[in-house]
Ligand binder design. Sequence first.
Ligand code: HEC
Ligand code: HEC
Length: 275
Amino acid sequence: MRWITARRRRPFFGYAAVLLALVAVGMLYAAVTGLGGSTASAGSGSSSAQITEGKNLFAVSCATCHGEYAQGSSVAPSLIGAGAAAVDFQVGTGRMPLKETNAEAPRKTPVFNQQQIYAIAAYVASLGGGPAIPSDQQVSAAGADTALGQSLFNANCAQCHNYSGAGDALTYGKYAPPLTQATNRQIYEAMLTGPEAMPVFNDTTLTPVDKRDIIAYVTQTRAEANPGGFSLGRVGPTTEGLVAWLGGIGALVLAAMWITAKRREDHTGEITGNR
Ligand code: HEC
Ligand code: HEC
């Protein structure tokens, strides 16, 4: 502490502190924006306890329609072979458990938490195969080719979801929803499992790399459209970053002023004499 107190009297220490704090804010900003949407576990490596938990949840909430053994019924399809990814998508977007049978299951607030969803997914996967829940790495858009993603999106998705991802009506009361809410993982799972009227885009049709490029394009377009929060002139994430920087700098400058002001009070004369 004495060491710090001694150094603090030097003017350069103030600049160094401000610089250090700026770097910290920058790093914090990068961490907050860059790594959003990552979860610890994607439900792989499921234990038998998890499968049992999933089986019990399934019996209570899903079996009435999908059958006691998920074998399907007159009202709902069999889930044997549907896979963990389909469950994570359907239950994670709140589509399942279905409330009433409409032309299309709408997106709702999920009924189950992520851990319960993983349990049901593990149970359904244990019944036989199907696509697994994609990992954080697979769904990360970091370093993906957004331009390529745009042309892939225009060729494969835009006819239903619109060029901007705003969604569009389909025939028979069905619609392709806007892509404003789906997480990276849900976008990947939608392609992998093809919910309802949407076709399945397996890994030969769209390779895992193609899927990441599409995710990067969808999430970037969405950030530019600014569906939530302050629009800040609708110029995209760059302005938001700038505002965060300037706001951060402002707070830091105030803090620095407060520190120096306090010191002057405490050691008047002594310090001014030193300078
Ligand atoms: C009220 C009846 C009903 C209930 C309850 C219900 N489902 Fe469904 N489910 C359906 C119908 C109908 C479909 C087919 C239409 C669709 O995909 O929206 C479906 C489709 C699905 C699919 C997609 C199948 C595929 O091959 O991609 C999954 C996965 C699914 N349900 C899981 C669940 C789970 C898990 C629960 C319990 C948490 C559940 N469902 C509860 C009626 C129901
Ligand atoms: C033939 C029309 C069609 C095409 C082509 C299509 N989709 Fe879909 N998509 C749909 C429909 C219909 C739904 C709603 C399914 C449901 O509610 O169960 C949907 C749902 C989705 C969702 C879930 C949205 C949410 O908020 O829950 C995502 C994400 C998605 N699609 C992405 C894509 C991507 C990416 C492509 C291109 C690779 C694509 N779709 C191609 C019709 C289509």
